[in-house]
Design a protein around this ligand. Structure first.
Ligand code: DQA
Length: 148
């Protein structure tokens, strides 16, 4: 069973084609491959998933436990979904919120994240590298818990 989960929300399947000036040129498959490489090196299991359906993401989050770790790019649901916020809070899964673009430097509606208050932290604006940094944090976090 994976202990680190990477969930990508709506429209992130279009990475590589979608507004590269905001989201860069790497595809989701390339990003996921790099995350798998980093996690495998650390001998931790990771599973990456993407959905365009909010209810599907809710079901995935509800299936997690506090022993898991979640790296989440909620896409536009960041700004709209009280349901995703509540699911993370209910399950108590440690979560890092990742955005490719700097959501604080774009349209005003993007600056508000409903997910940030229930996350350990937010990485925003570092492009695809942000996922790698989140993964390194997740590995350290899971490693520390194993020792306790
Ligand atoms: C995004 C930022 C969101 O505002 C946007 O709706 C996305 C992508 C990012 O990764 O920069 O879909 O989460």
């Amino acid at each position: 069973m994976a202990s680190i989960w990477v969930f990508h929300g709506p429209n992130l399947n279009l990475l590589g084609l979608r507004e590269p000036e905001h989201y860069g040129s790497r595809t989701l498959a390339e990003i996921n491959q790099e995350l798998l490489r980093i996690a495998n090196e650390a001998e931790l299991n990771v599973e990456c998933r993407q959905t365009n359906h909010e209810g599907v993401l809710l079901d995935w989050i509800q299936a997690l436990t506090p022993a898991d770790f979640l790296i989440l790019n909620p896409g536009a649901w960041t700004h709209t979904s009280y349901a995703i916020r509540d699911a993370i809070s209910a399950v108590k899964v440690p979560t890092i919120e990742v955005h490719l673009s700097n959501i604080h430097a774009r349209e005003a509606f993007r600056a508000n994240s409903l997910i940030a208050p229930v996350s350990i932290g937010q990485i925003s604006g570092l492009g695809a590298e942000g996922y790698g940094l989140a993964m390194r944090y997740a590995i350290a976090y899971q490693g520390k818990r194993e020792k306790v």
